[in-house]
Design a protein around this ligand. Sequence first.
Ligand code: SF4
Length: 248
Amino acid sequence: MESQLNLFTQKENEKNVIARSEATKQSPDVTRNKIASSALSESPRNDSETIKYKSLSEAKAAAMKCTNCELCKGRTNVVFSDGIETAKIMIIGEGPGENEDLQGLPFVGRAGQLLDKIFTSVNLNRKEHLYICNIVKCRPPDNRAPLPEEADACRDYLEAQIQYVNPKIIILAGATAVKGILKMREVKITKMRGQWIDGTGSLLEGRKLMPIFHPSYLLRHEWNKAPDSPKGLMWKDIQEIKRVFDNL
Ligand code: SF4
């Protein structure tokens, strides 16, 4: 357990990501800049030794009856994932909301419908191309962001999902997902969105990560259609994601 928590050592990861982010932020269009992250693993490891579960189905079965954190008390359903288990693109959000908790599926409320619309606009969908999950699998009360200790308690499941789905691209939807994966305390999603992050460390090695706006943030700015509005920037980011996906 200790070795797995060490994968997410905060200070080093924050230092690395911020330093590289600072180095790239002069560019007006950062979508193609690359910054390296060792966030999930700052030291080499053998995943087969440290991933707690032997398969995705084993991780899912454990999550379904998990009581590792307080969030288990308020849930209707454990929300493990949606999409295909061979997806090249994994989308990670923060945690289930009310609709997700009721249906047992991630991103199925208004924000989820918008997420589907965004990906469908470039011919990507959850039945053929995407695997969708969250930092925590149970609904936080009042839709608050998950606490760091809740994210830590749920991390074995997320690690298993990354290991066994083995996506080439990981999309981090919103600041909480960025914090959870890159282990940063402060995240300015407006600065980080659209930037490719080359994953390093054994779990993320060879994967490309991109933070994007959370679709619920886009819903709050729906009225603004300018090219530099959240919606306009999301349009730019999804095209960049599709470009890289097409070249995998
Ligand atoms: S959020 Fe994760 S760690 Fe907490 S009870 Fe649910 S499955 Fe377990």
